[in-house]
Design a protein around this ligand. Sequence first.
Ligand code: KG4
Ligand code: ZN
Length: 366
Amino acid sequence: MTETLTVLGVESSCDDTAAAVIRSNPGQTDILANVVEGQSTLHAPFGGVVPEIAARAHAERADLCVETALVAANIGLEEIDLIAVTSGPGLIGGVLSGVMCAEGIAAGLSIPLMGVNHLEGHALTPRLTDDLATPYLLLLVSGGHCQIIEVIAPGSYRRIGGSIDDAPGEAFDKIAKHLGLGYPGGPEVEREAANGDPLRFKLPRPLLDRPDCDMSFSGLKTAVRRECDKIVETKGGLSQADRADICASFQAAATEAMVEKTRRAMNLMIHDRGWPKGGRRLAVAGGVAANRSIRSSLEETANELGFSFTAPPLKLCTDNAAMIAWAAIERWRLGDRNPKVMARPRWPLDELAPPMLGGGKKGPRA
Ligand code: KG4
Ligand code: ZN
């Protein structure tokens, strides 16, 4: 195999079926195609991801997605050197659909297949988009994940903190559902929040009284629900302004919780790890990173502490297969040749860290 690698990535761990083609040599990487088939319309009536529906949709769409990606990349299957597939963590039915699809293609072409940790895909994306040097801190916040990870080097990660219950995206989605807004809830809540008063409701800032970098969103979500119920009891329903104020107050609380814990993690890197000026880097990934209030507060705090701030473009921040193909390339270049692909619902990036508590609607926490 030459230094240039053309890799087909497949991702199906949650509610996006995705395929991508990346061509990379050590000095230059191009994303030739990045196809994401979302399933929002299938899950919208339920206000959240239904695992069985997701698994069926992945099984039906994975090969079509691969075909679309190959056409978009304008290459034939025979030009693919390596196949990368998410083999965990995630909803096991969906993960299995992707793994079976990728195994079939790899066997048919007699080319190697690599199972990729979905979280590693997110963690290494800033190196694909911005060639970010290691080490760096990553805040990964989506509908299924909430972790602060120290990316020491590709293949070497330390979990600094994470949510002990819901992921923040999940809280945005559930609050949107409670308010009768659309799915996914994050963008809807952000839109409402733009016209609201973030100071009207005094909502908790969970776990800020603890010195660690762990977060919690379940209690915050319940507090929001209680405020809604109080208004309904007294006024008979929520006005447009009530909804906007609730969204703004919740967004402010969630932002403060995430940003404050990330600040602590940055301080830890400065004081405990001795990250020098000029070598301090923060990156963000996951769907919640689309939120402008969260993004800008993180950037401000990073600047304050002398950290650079990297936020990959949204299409590569949310679930996609380009990040899976890229993580496989990084692993391949490290000499990793792992022909055994095992679908895993749970697969922590930092194998030494104790499991976080809680389950969550999107399966066990990694
Ligand atoms: O990374 P992603 O596409 O999929 C996973 O959950 O893994 O993230 C989707 C999540 C959803 O919960 C969605 O509500 C949230 O990201 N999200 C947002 C925003 N856009 C998407 N949350 C807050 N503000 C947003 N603008
Ligand atoms: Zn993800």
